[in-house]
Each structure stands twice: as C-alpha cells, then as structure tokens.
Ligand binder design. Structure first.
Ligand code: SF4
Length: 222
C-alpha cells in the first residue's frame, strides 16, 4: 500500500460470528459517513473518530488480523461508510493478497457512491467477495438523512445504480433494512425499495435503541 493512508484511526472487532455470513470474521470500522441517520448507533465513528471505542491505527489493525489469521475466515469492512475512504481499493487488495492465501473481504455500504463500487468491481484484486448494501427508506426520502449541502436529487439514482451493480456483479450479496419505529419505515418505503433488491436476498432486522445519533430516538422508542 505504498503512499496509502494507513495512519487513519479505525475500530476493530477482532472476532465476529454474525457480520460475515458463514465465516468467523474480523470487522474493521472505518470512520466518516456522508449520511446522518438519526437511528445510527455508530455515533463516535460518524462524528468523532478519536472517541470511537477501541480506536487504533489501521496498520495496527491489519497486523492484529494477520496474527489471528489461523482463526479468521474473512474480514468485514464496515463503518461509517467505507467507500468514503480513498485508499479502500488498496486496503481490499492487501487483505485479499497478504498471507497464503489472503482473506476474503465483505464490504458493508450505504450504496451512495456507485462510482467507487464500479471501480472496486473492475479489478479481480479489489472485488469484494461479499457486499451488503443498506436500503434505509424510500430513495426519494434520503434527503432527510443528509447532513446538509449534499445533492439530495442525486441520491436516488446513485442508490439505484449501486443496487444494479451489486445485483449483476456475480458476487454474493444481500440488501438490508431496519424496521424503524414511529412509521419511519412504512409500506411505501418497502414498495419503493423493492425494485432495488429485486430477486436478491433482502434481510430485515428490528430497530433497537441505544447510543442513537439523535438521542431523541433513544427517548422516544426506549
Ligand atoms: S447508519 Fe450507516 S449510513 Fe447511517 S449515519 Fe450511521 S454509519 Fe452512516
């Protein structure tokens, strides 16, 4: 990763049985996100990396993963939004090729940067081995998740393009939605998102309060 930024702070979950289907995985949480979902439970990662639990430098996280190579079946790159990290292609290449053999990579994404996905998919050594894309609310409503200033009108086509790229990639994948309380995720959202998932796996999980980006969500839906 010559010239890459390995000195960023990330969070590392050394072992997870639930983040990479069928594999024991390490999870690297990469800081920063372009969205501000009020229910987000990665507050520190989104707002203040220094305070993220167990923050360590990426290089150190990779060294720890390498040391645990014999018990790990893969690495999850999550966030925040990992496609914001400019050296993501180099990071994936390193994980997939370091060691003999390298480790497969699962990418978690909010799908708002299809150009990054397209770049990753274009080369064998940067193609994730599994992609999970969040489908949050109807694409036309994503503007309510923006932190301001971003081009809301561009989000719906971006989500559609990312979903189409993932569906046609030939890579194992899933779409994921949270069943949000207070009618935030309703039948109209589900109907609007259905064409993005099409015939691909679409998994739903219940919302659980705790450390929400908007603390009102913890108070309103305890
Ligand atoms: S839930 Fe995901 S996309 Fe939304 S603010 Fe949190 S990290 Fe970003």
């Amino acid at each position: 990763m010559q010239g890459s930024q390995l000195n960023i702070l990330v969070s590392l979950r050394k072992t997870s049985l639930v983040d990479y289907p069928g594999k024991i995985a390490a999870v690297i949480f990469i800081p920063g996100c372009n969205l501000r979902c009020p229910w987000c439970q990665n507050r520190e990662l989104v707002l203040d990396t220094e305070k993220a639990p167990g923050a360590i430098f990426l290089e150190e996280a990779l060294e720890q993963i390498e040391k645990r190579r014999n018990v790990l079946g893969g690495v999850v790159l999550s966030g925040g939004e990992p496609t914001l990290y400019r050296d993501l292609p180099d990071l994936i290449r390193r994980i997939k090729t370091q060691g003999k053999p390298g480790l497969p990579v699962k990418l978690d994404t909010n799908g708002t940067f299809p150009a990054v996905l397209e770049e990753l998919l274009s080369r064998p050594d940067t193609r994730p081995d599994y992609i999970a894309m969040d489908l949050k609310i109807a694409p036309s409503r994503y503007a309510v998740l923006l932190s301001g200033g971003a081009a809301a009108a561009a989000l719906a086509p971006a989500l559609q393009k990312s979903a189409a790229l993932i569906r046609s990639s030939g890579i194992a994948h899933e779409f994921r939605s949270l069943i949000l309380p207070g009618g935030f995720f309703g039948p109209a959202d589900r109907e609007a998102l259905a064409p993005l998932a099409a015939d691909s796996p679409w998994n739903f999980r219940p919302f659980r309060p705790g450390n929400c980006l908007d603390p009102a969500w913890d108070d309103t839906f305890p």
